[in-house]
Structures are given as structure tokens and as C-alpha cells.
Design a protein around this ligand. Structure first.
Ligand code: NAD
Ligand code: UGA
Length: 461
């Protein structure tokens, strides 16, 4: 099928950037990104590119180039479903909060709603592409829903999971390690696969486009996230052992990363991984394994999450214990709220959990993040804890303004600007004694100790 019109349902962190690049690289294809959230669509359409709902380095440049040319953002979901030859489903798939699988299984209600809507609206054959991260065999469910509500047109279903990481999304989309496309092993299925391969071939070398069956594609996405998260939990668990033994986790990480069989990526100790996906995708994997009766497999992967929680808790405890031990009247500044640098996304950020632990001990904080707004901080904390006491959290627009008041600074996100903050100058004016909790191990220990700060990192002496 020759693809002239694409519709993407879901204008979020994946739908927006992904479709911007597909539109940029395929100028002859019209791409409509639709969402039921009209504020979000208005933000995607805003004149001022600073107001795009997603912050990603390089994104606004591409949006400026293609928006209005062959990339459009709209709330007219039905219209663009009807016109499209190919429809990407790029909606959220959060962890279920009620019903069967509560707390573990992926909630597919948004994906299923899209399938039903597509079926009800479609008058011509369409290729449906699962872009959302879903449990293995979801495409089967989608097919059933489509057939139940419409058996007049032909729907081909493809799985095309997205591997971009936030903060580097544009680079990841421009030069992906691989594009994965799963499809049915029928003549029609393979034709659909080829249509999508053709779109990606506009800029991705053929050898980097991997085609598989539907189930392998779906399961590979969950597996990739589980492997990445597992590496972080592995290194984080050893950071605690380093603290007990006198080894230095940065040295250990470097030493093992130089083994080409291990590799150096995803070996950076942190206060715990955040983001909308690692936790939910591993929970989902655990649920699938348990549903298949594979208790040992489920327990194995669940441990990755338990270590992550433990790392956040033990970081909070370090701060709480210090306050008790030194009988400090704490004045705390948290630097960073986003779950990693170069994004405005705060979902599952370790900062939320650490703050909540401090608030539970009635310890208030000030917080600063270059890309996050106060309303988001309040939302995140009240979402986690309905007893959230707003008066204990103070959002700071300019962290240097009253810097002399603090005696504890905790680095939560590895924003580049925190690395070279002029710590020497700050130490001269700050309340003494002064402590830096480096939740990302981004500071040079020797340098920071010279400034006079008491340095507390993770797994470092
Ligand atoms: P998001 O929450 O940022 O965006 C999802 C959007 O879908 C929302 O704007 C929501 O309003 C919209 N939506 C939901 N149901 C709809 C419907 N029926 N009609 C119209 N719009 C609807 O989510 P995201 O971060 O873009 O993630 C989307 C999917 O991609 C998830 O399955 C996620 O696991 C996966 N994923 C995310 C990332 C990432 O970095 N965020 C990376 C790879 C894969
Ligand atoms: C992750 C994957 O890297 C993507 O491939 C995947 O597409 C995406 O999840 C998804 O499915 O949503 P993302 O969560 O955006 O991407 O960002 P990562 O770079 O993976 O970082 C996740 C978390 O782990 C962050 O909190 C980060 O600070 C932390 N991290 C990362 C570490 O603590 N140590 C590391 O060495 C690397």
C-alpha cells in the first residue's frame, strides 16, 4: 500500500518527536498527530516554540521546519483516522491501578479505546501500528476489537516499538541503533511490513531495520527496558557494598565497563532510575511471567525494582540520619526535579520519592529545576501522597538568590549546570556546616572537598 496519509493517535513524548522526524524525512507524506487533550494540541501548535509541551534538545528546530508543511497537530481524531492509510497508536499504557493485575499489568484501556474508535470510523483499508509499549500478544487483542466493530475493511497490524530515550530523543530518532517492525507472516502482513520499512528507509540504513514476528517485537521492547534497568539496579546495589568495603563505585564501574563484553553504558550509579517506562514495563514483565506460572522468572525481574526503591530510600535515609546525628536545623535545597537531564518530564523521578520521604519526617525542602514548573512539583507530590503538605515545599526560580541560607544541597538530576555551579564561591557564603548529597555522582570529589563542603556521594569515599 502506498502511504500518503499518516495519523498518529497520542501527541505525547513519543508521538510528537517521532512523527516530527517521520514527517521531516518523508516530505510527501502528510502526518497528522491527534490527541484528545486540546491543551496539549494547542501547545504543539503554539507560535512560541518554547511552549511546546515536550522539551527535547533539537525538537523545536524540526517542528519549525515541518509544522504546517506536512506535519499537523489536531484534536480532530475521527477525521484524521478516516483519512489515514497508516495509523500509529502512541498512547499511554500505564500500570493498572484497579482490577485484575492491579499494580503490575499494563492498563490497555487507551490502546483498546483507540482500536474501537479506528474500527468505528474507518471506511478504507488501514495499517495499524502499535507504537505504544504493550504486553506480548496485544496485537491479537487489537485485531479482535477491530474485527468486532468493523469487518468491512482490511486492517493489518504491525508492532513498531519505540526505543528513544528522553533528553536524546532527536538523536535516537535520527540515528537509531535499530528500528524494529513486527508483522504477520502472511502476504498481506508482509506487504504492510514493507510499507513501514519504506517509510523508515528514507533515513535509516536497511541493515538497521529489523523485521520479526509480532510477538517477538512486542516482547523485545519490554526486554530491552528490563535489561537497561537491570544494569542500573546492579550498579546501584554495588554502590552500597562499596560504602561498606571502601571500594569506589566510579572506579568499579569504569573497570567493568572497559570489558567489551559488558560495555560502559548504563553503569552510572544514581539515586534510582525514574521515567515513565522502566518501572511500568518491568512490572508488566513480572505480571506476564507470573500469569504464565513462571514465579522464579517473575521474582528475578521484580528484584530490579526492589533495589531501585531501596536506593531511593537509602539516599533519603542518609539525609535524615545526618540531620539527626548532627542535630542540624536543616535548610535543604534539592537541585533537579526531572527524572534525567535535558527533559521536562518528571514521571517517576527519584526526586519525588526522596522528597516524600523527607516530608514524612516533617522536613521541608526548597527545589529548583531549569525545565520544571512549580505546579508540576505540587502535582507529583500530591499524586504520590494525598496528605501532601504544600507549605513544606518551596519552589525556587533562582537557586543562587538565597543560597546562603542552606546547609544541605542534594543533587537529584544530573543537569550539566549543576556540575560547575561555582561551588567554591557558594561555600563561602553558605550556612556552616554545609553538606552536598550528590545523588548522581557528578561532582569531582577532590575539587568539591577543597571548597569545604562535606561531600556525600553514592558508593564513593
Ligand atoms: P504520553 O502520556 O506523553 O502521551 C500519550 C498521549 O496519548 C497523551 O497526550 C494522551 O492524551 C493521549 N491519548 C490517550 N488516549 C487517547 C485517545 N483515545 N485518543 C487520543 N489521544 C489519546 O505518553 P508517552 O510518554 O508518549 O508514551 C506513549 C507510549 O510510548 C507508552 O506506551 C510508553 O510506554 C511508550 N514509550 C515511551 C517512551 C518515552 O520516552 N516516554 C519511549 C518509548 C516508548
Ligand atoms: C528508557 C530507554 O533508555 C529507552 O530506550 C526506552 O525507549 C524508554 O526508556 C521507554 O521505553 O520509555 P528513558 O527512560 O527516557 O529511556 O531514559 P534513560 O536514559 O533510559 O534513563 C532512565 C532512568 O535511568 C533515568 O532516571 C536515568 O537518570 C537513569 N539512569 C540511566 C541511571 O541511573 N544510570 C544510568 O547509567 C543510565
Amino acid at each position: 500500500m502506498k502511504i500518503r496519509n499518516i495519523c498518529c493517535i497520542g501527541a505525547g513524548y513519543v508521538g510528537g518527536p517521532t512523527m516530527s522526524v517521520i514527517a521531516q524525512k518523508n516530505p510527501k507524506i502528510k502526518v497528522h498527530v491527534v490527541d484528545m487533550n486540546s491543551d496539549k494540541i494547542a501547545a504543539w501548535n503554539s507560535e512560541n516554540l518554547e511552549n511546546l509541551p515536550v522539551y527535547e534538545p533539537g525538537l523545536s528546530k524540526v517542528v519549525k521546519e515541518v509544522r504546517g508543511r506536512n506535519l499537523f497537530f489536531s484534536t480532530e481524531v475521527n477525521k484524521h483516522i478516516d483519512e489515514a492509510d497508516m495509523i500509529f497508536i502512541s498512547v499511554n499504557t500505564p500500570t493498572r491501578i484497579s482490577g485484575e493485575g492491579k499494580g503490575y499489568a499494563a492498563d490497555l484501556k487507551y490502546v483498546e479505546a483507540c482500536a474501537k474508535q479506528i474500527a468505528e470510523v474507518s471506511k478504507s483499508d488501514k495499517i495499524i501500528v502499535e507504537k505504544s509499549t504493550v504486553p506480548v500478544r496485544t496485537s491479537e487483542k487489537i485485531k479482535k476489537i477491530l474485527l468486532l466493530h468493523n469487518n468491512n475493511v482490511d486492517f493489518q497490524i504491525l508492532s513498531n516499538p519505540e526505543f528513544l530515550a528522553e533528553g536524546t530523543a532527536m538523536r535516537d530518532l535520527e540515528i537509531p541503533d535499530r528500528v524494529l517492525i513486527g508483522g504477520d507472516d502472511t502476504i498481506e502482513g508482509q506487504k504492510a511490513v514493507n510499507s513501514l520499512v519504506k517509510i523508515y528507509s528514507s533515513w535509516v540504513p536497511k541493515e538497521n531495520i529489523l523485521t520479526t514476528n509480532l510477538w517477538s517485537s512486542e516482547l523485545s521492547k519490554l526486554t530491552a527496558n528490563a535489561f537497561l534497568a537491570q544494569r542500573i539496579s546492579s550498579i546501584n546495589s554495588l554502590s552500597e557494598l562499596c560504602e561498606k568495603t571502601g571500594a569506589d563505585i566510579e572506579e568499579v564501574s569504569k573497570a567493568i565497563g572497559m570489558d567489551s563484553r559488558i560495555g560502559s553504558s548504563f553503569l552510572k550509579t544514581s539515586v534510582g532510575f525514574g521515567g515513565s517506562c522502566f518501572q511500568k514495563d518491568i512490572l508488566n514483565l513480572v505480571y506476564i511471567a507470573r500469569s504464565e506460572g513462571l514465579e522464579k522468572v517473575a521474582d528475578y525481574w521484580e528484584q530490579v525494582l526492589l533495589i531501585n526503591e531501596h536506593q531511593r530510600d537509602r539516599f533519603s535515609k542518609k539525609i535524615i540520619d545526618l540531620i539527626k546525628k548532627e542535630k542540624l536545623e536543616p535548610k535543604i535545597l534539592l537541585l533537579g526535579w526531572a527524572f534525567k537531564k535535558n527533559t521536562n518530564d518528571t514521571r517517576e523521578s527519584a526526586a519525588i520519592y526522596v522528597t516524600n520521604n523527607l516530608l514524612n519526617k516533617n522536613i521541608g525542602i526548597d527545589v529548583y529545576d531549569p525545565k520544571v514548573k512549580q505546579s508540576q512539583v505540587d502535582f507529583d507530590l500530591s499524586n504520590l501522597n494525598e496528605d501532601y503538605d504544600k507549605s513544606l515545599v518551596n519552589f525556587i526560580e533562582e537557586p543562587f538568590l538565597n543560597i546562603s541560607e542552606y546547609n544541605i544541597i542534594a543533587i537529584m538530576t544530573e543537569w550539566d549546570k549543576f556540575k560547575d555551579y561555582g561551588w567554591e564561591k557558594i561555600y563561602k557564603i553558605i550556612k556552616k556546616p554545609a553538606y552536598i548529597f550528590d545523588g548522581r555522582n557528578i561532582l569531582e570529589i577532590e575539587k568539591i572537598k577543597k571548597t569545604g563542603f562535606n561531600y556525600i556521594g553514592l558508593g564513593r569515599k
